[in-house]
Design a protein. Structure first.
Length: 172
């Protein structure tokens, strides 16, 4: 559980930093990542403004699906051992106060794993079959706020953009 929370905060911090460097709304993306990271991170990666020299192929739906498959895989790889560890530790401690929770986890865990596993197979199958991939859509950076001529920086949090031309009234 602690590993999952640490990973969640690290991914949220990275999303905030990356969104800030791309002049996207870093606070909104960070909050969305903290709330529903399995969905927010794929959509952020599919929609984030591209920097100069970066490309993205296949369209938003395809990229969101591709990154969702990756996020779901990471979630399952971290979640399955975490649930198993929780049940094992609770059984080893033998505390009566956890008996109901352990019983509930033991009853619902396999069903949840079957549902998540089935969802994972569907998503991976769609990625393998390239469902929603439109080969005619190729985005080349810069896009979004970066294409509007704003300066690319790695300042975090983002500082307000300052004009490069001085106002003659401010010369005094």
């Amino acid at each position: 559980m602690a590993l999952n929370l640490m990973l969640l905060f690290l991914v949220s911090a990275w999303v905030a930093w990356d969104a800030s460097s791309r002049r996207a709304n870093w606070l909104a993306w960070c909050v969305a990542t903290l709330a529903i990271w399995v969905l927010a991170v794929p959509f952020y990666l599919a929609k984030r403004p591209l920097k100069s020299g970066e490309t993205r192929e296949g369209g938003t739906k395809w990229n969101a699906l591709k990154y969702f498959a990756l996020s779901l895989t990471v979630f399952l790889l971290l979640g399955i051992p975490a649930v198993g560890l929780f049940v094992a530790v609770s059984l080893a401690v033998g505390a009566d106060r956890y008996a109901g929770l352990v019983g509930a986890a033991a009853r619902t865990g396999p069903v949840g794993l079957v549902v998540l596993g089935g969802l994972w197979l569907i998503v991976i199958g769609a990625v393998v079959l390239r469902v929603w991939k439109d080969p005619t859509i190729v985005e080349t950076g810069p896009t979004g706020a970066l294409a509007a001529g704003e300066v690319e920086t790695s300042d975090w949090p983002a500082q307000p953009h300052q004009s490069e031309t001085a106002d003659p009234a401010d010369s005094d």
